[in-house]
Design a protein around this ligand. Structure first.
Ligand code: HEC
Ligand code: HEC
Ligand code: HEC
Ligand code: HEC
Ligand code: HEC
Ligand code: HEC
Ligand code: HEC
Ligand code: HEC
Ligand code: HEC
Ligand code: HEC
Ligand code: HEC
Ligand code: HEC
Length: 283
């Protein structure tokens, strides 16, 4: 025996099944069978190129510098090389598409030995990793620096080669402290500070601005500095470079004092007889 309750449950279930079957039967067929060709195709991303061209990706990641841009910004055409057409050079990116000189010509100028660019920038994926040209060739392209070093003989002319300083790769700029300790350790000096006094290709051609900090001079002239600091006079506040605007130049007192005493009263040419020395007026 089946209870009434049971019968009605069965018929409700039956009704639901019928509705489901009808709904399914009325569905359009196409939605059921989606093909691989229905996907929207997106261009390959740089990360996807990298899945096959791993070593190129790694090169750019490590040493690409400002070339860390999407592959397809340079490779507007790719996978079209044909050995039959020998079209490799034709399809590869052209530096001039992005780099021209200010006047619209070749980037560093029109000289013949500056093209092709890959002569120096050997790998476009690491554009600043460049082999070093031969020492003998430097002055050919860098006449200014070559002449400067020759015309102002110093130990940088006789004891150091271009490639001792410009080592590692073409374009490398050395820091002075690779070879020198500061002669004024009491003052923090940057490479730019060193070069303000010593233009590097003519380092003995020393010049310095009037506001040069006296402790730099004190690095070598501590006796003078101590004398000035220990005997407090009005000259203690005057900077070394104010009185000695060029190295080893001795200023006349009159540069700052004009004629302080009437000529008739004292022999004013012998200031030192009454005032001691400039570094110690209290003498
Ligand atoms: C700044 C432009 C630039 C970018 C960015 C760049 N390439 Fe290149 N790529 C070049 C040039 C130029 C050459 C041709 C080199 C030659 O003639 O020797 C080249 C050559 C190639 C070659 C063929 C030669 C070889 O080394 O095997 C492949 C493959 C390649 N690139 C893949 C990539 C991939 C992948 C990326 C991104 C991860 C990428 N490139 C990013 C400029 C670029
Ligand atoms: C599924 C692997 C694969 C992917 C993804 C891939 N490549 Fe290639 N690519 C190759 C193969 C294989 C070659 C031919 C062998 C070679 O030169 O290394 C090739 C050659 C190249 C070349 C040199 C020859 C030519 O015809 O241009 C360039 C440039 C290049 N691919 C760039 C790209 C760039 C850019 C991307 C991403 C937008 C990319 N590839 C994505 C496999 C791939
Ligand atoms: C799709 C454009 C594009 C192409 C093609 C291209 N470059 Fe560049 N390159 C750039 C951009 C962008 C920079 C960064 C901005 C700048 O210096 O102009 C750059 C910077 C450089 C730098 C300085 C890198 C750094 O890290 O400071 C060198 C060197 C260079 N490119 C050489 C080349 C050479 C050589 C070629 C041809 C083999 C080339 N580029 C092709 C876009 C390009
Ligand atoms: C004789 C070698 C040589 C040749 C050829 C050469 N370059 Fe350079 N290029 C250099 C050196 C060296 C630097 C400076 C690198 C540095 O600062 O470390 C440089 C720097 C650059 C820079 C970066 C400039 C900046 O101010 O950041 C770009 C871009 C560049 N070169 C593009 C080119 C292009 C394009 C060509 C071809 C027309 C080319 N180079 C040919 C040697 C060369
Ligand atoms: C074929 C010509 C050529 C030869 C040879 C050459 N250079 Fe260069 N050099 C260049 C070019 C081009 C640049 C890039 C100039 C620029 O960015 O204005 C450059 C840049 C430099 C820079 C400066 C990088 C910067 O930051 O501005 C130094 C340093 C340098 N070269 C040193 C040397 C030395 C050292 C030698 C010899 C070992 C040498 N070069 C040989 C063409 C040459
Ligand atoms: C004692 C080290 C030293 C020696 C030797 C040396 N240089 Fe330099 N050179 C430097 C330094 C440091 C700079 C950076 C100067 C600056 O930033 O003002 C420089 C800058 C340069 C520049 C770039 C100039 C500019 O205006 O951007 C070139 C080119 C150059 N040197 C070429 C040469 C050549 C060629 C020789 C050999 C005849 C040579 N140098 C010898 C240290 C040296
Ligand atoms: C690659 C090593 C090297 C680098 C980098 C270098 N020098 Fe020198 N420099 C020397 C050598 C070697 C001498 C000669 C021995 C000495 O006096 O220490 C010298 C001598 C000098 C002299 C004395 C010159 C003379 O004829 O009496 C001055 C000044 C000088 N360097 C300044 C600098 C400055 C400033 C810098 C940085 C812009 C610098 N040097 C970078 C190697 C270097
Ligand atoms: C305020 C200018 C000034 C500054 C900044 C300066 N120097 Fe000097 N340097 C001199 C003077 C002046 C001499 C002595 C020249 C002489 O003997 O005729 C000298 C001499 C040298 C000498 C020759 C050897 C010696 O010690 O007598 C070297 C090397 C030198 N300086 C390197 C440097 C370096 C590296 C820096 C940066 C850390 C630097 N200088 C900063 C003024 C300066
Ligand atoms: C690296 C060491 C060094 C530094 C830094 C230095 N000098 Fe000298 N200075 C010397 C040497 C060496 C002499 C020559 C000494 C001699 O002839 O007895 C000299 C000589 C002088 C003389 C001339 C001495 C005479 O007998 O006529 C004056 C003035 C002088 N320096 C001022 C300065 C001033 C100002 C500064 C700072 C801007 C300075 N020096 C920085 C090393 C240095
Ligand atoms: C008020 C101007 C004045 C100032 C400031 C001054 N000097 Fe002098 N210095 C002179 C005069 C002038 C002489 C020549 C001797 C004399 O008549 O006193 C001289 C001589 C020298 C001499 C050579 C003679 C000696 O005494 O060794 C050196 C070196 C020197 N100064 C370095 C310095 C240094 C370093 C400083 C800073 C610490 C400095 N001077 C500050 C004016 C000055
Ligand atoms: C670069 C300029 C300069 C030079 C050169 C110079 N002085 Fe002075 N001198 C000064 C200044 C600044 C004062 C302080 C003036 C004030 O405070 O009124 C001063 C003050 C003096 C005073 C007054 C001292 C006091 O304590 O009242 C005497 C004396 C003096 N100088 C003598 C000399 C003699 C002597 C020379 C040459 C050996 C000389 N000066 C070279 C700048 C200079
Ligand atoms: C015969 C000694 C004598 C001679 C030489 C001499 N003076 Fe004086 N000077 C003095 C006396 C004394 C004073 C006043 C001192 C005081 O007021 O403390 C003085 C004061 C000064 C003052 C300070 C003036 C003021 O208004 O505060 C200066 C600056 C000065 N002298 C510079 C010089 C100079 C520069 C010379 C060389 C051209 C020189 N003197 C030569 C004796 C001399």
């Amino acid at each position: 025996m089946i209870s009434r309750k049971c019968t009605s449950v069965v018929s409700v279930v039956g009704m639901i099944c019928l509705v489901v079957v009808l709904v399914c039967a009325l569905q359009p067929k196409a939605a059921l069978a989606e093909t691989p060709y229905d996907k929207e195709i997106k261009p390959l991303t740089t990360a996807e190129c990298a899945q096959c061209h791993f070593s190129v990706f790694e090169a750019i990641k490590a040493d690409g510098g400002k070339h860390q841009i999407d592959c397809v910004r340079c490779h507007t055409e790719y996978h079209v090389y044909s050995p039959r057409k020998q079209n490799f050079d034709q399809i590869m990116p052209k530096c001039s598409a992005c780099h021209l000189s200010a006047s619209g010509g070749a980037f560093h100028g029109e000289a013949k030995d500056l093209t092709p660019c890959l002569n120096c920038h050997a790998n476009p994926h690491k554009p600043l990793m460049m082999p070093m040209p031969a020492e003998a060739s430097c002055a050919q392209c860098h006449a200014k620096e070559g002449n400067e070093i020759k015309n102002y003989p110093s130990k940088h002319t006789t004891d150091v080669a271009c490639t001792d300083c410009h080592a590692e790769k073409h374009g490398f700029i050395p820091s002075c402290d690779a070879c020198h300790e500061s002669h004024s350790p009491a003052v923090q000096l940057s490479v730019q500070d060193c070069m303000a006094c010593h233009p590097v290709h003519k380092p003995t051609n020393i010049s310095y601005p009037k506001d040069t900090a006296s402790p730099i001079c004190a690095g070598c002239h501590d006796d003078v500095n101590n004398l000035l600091r220990n005997r407090l006079t009005k000259h203690t506040q005057v900077k070394c470079a104010d009185c000695h605007p060029a190295h080893k130049e001795i200023p006349p007192c009159s540069r700052c004092h004009g004629e302080p005493h009437p000529k008739m009263v004292v022999d004013v040419t012998k200031c030192g007889e009454c005032h001691g020395i400039a570094h110690d007026l209290s003498q």
